[in-house]
Design a protein around this ligand. Sequence first.
Ligand SMILES: [Zn+2]
Ligand SMILES: [Zn+2]
Ligand SMILES: [Zn+2]
Length: 386
Amino acid sequence: MRELRELLARTLAAEGALVEPIEPEGLEIVAPPHLQQALALPEWSRVGFGPELPVQATRVSFESDWAERLERLLGERGRLAHAILQQHPYPPPRHEFEKIVQRDFVLQNATFRLGQVEQARARYLLLVFHITASSDERREDLVYLCINESNGALADDLARPLLSSLRSVDRSEGTLRNEAAPASAWPAPQIPTLAAGLLMPKIPAQLSPFLAGMERRMARDLERLHVYHSDLRAQVTERLAERSRKGGSVEALEADRMRLETIEREYHAKVGDLRRKYAMNVEVRFLQALRADMPVRRADVTVLRRKGSRKTHLDWNPIAKRLDHLPCESCCTSPRIYSVCDDRLHWLCPSCLSSCPSCGKESCRACNPAKCAKCSHNWSERSWFQ
Ligand SMILES: [Zn+2]
Ligand SMILES: [Zn+2]
Ligand SMILES: [Zn+2]
């Protein structure tokens, strides 16, 4: 809650309020008219954040409507910031660095040559999204996407340490700036498309505990439904068998058969209802972007496959203290081991260079995103990522 108190205090002060910290864990606020209106506050007020509230204070928490009040106040401000970080990394020595690259950049069917290792500057684009997943229950979460714009590598482990490092940086240095994107940055109109591709594989992973809980509840309900209707079916089948053994009337036998059909129809309709009840709807909303320019340790790498070669570079980030990770160039997941295609030397996860299920020929899903080049089989199983 200390974070929320600091955030609110800084925002209110920047908007011209007088803000004093009070104990326990609270703030005393004298708000100018525009703040009183935007945040529904009186001129003088006290707010509290901890389990115990200061005298005359109202509670502020992330769960209350304060997040929305602040969002209303800020509007589009603060959506994009640019940070220039100067601190130089303490890079691992070259032999260590080579070991890290060998360990983290594993190619299944190709090799690579490590070129120059030098100090460079990289620009990271950190995008923050709010996701809401709703089915029979509702879950909200934040997803971070952190991309090294110089080579498209992912640096998701950088997101949280970068944000806390920015919070701890002395603001008088003017580290955070609001300025136009540099020429080498990703073009703004393309960012939503590029980000959507990278975001897609992350969402199921992020929601997996929620999904697992939902699947458990759905399996339990389906099982109950199955048991109930199986019992009903067994009773009517037994009655029908007995009636026909004893030579029951045609009408009575027909009524039992119709009853069986009704039970079957009812069962399928209820299964359909359950599937609709548990169908998940995921809404993704962009919140904030931060461009961070910082020194990195850079290694030039040439990937070698048969007679072909392709150059790229890998950056070691001093804040995350690790190598950024190149995503699969087809499905954007982060493979532990890459396969490299023959034609354009795409680096891919193994399943994006797997055999075509129809003709059995190996086919690069980045070279042929829609269908197999040999037999035109559609990659329909990849619909999630398109
Ligand atoms: Zn892939
Ligand atoms: Zn094929
Ligand atoms: Zn390819």
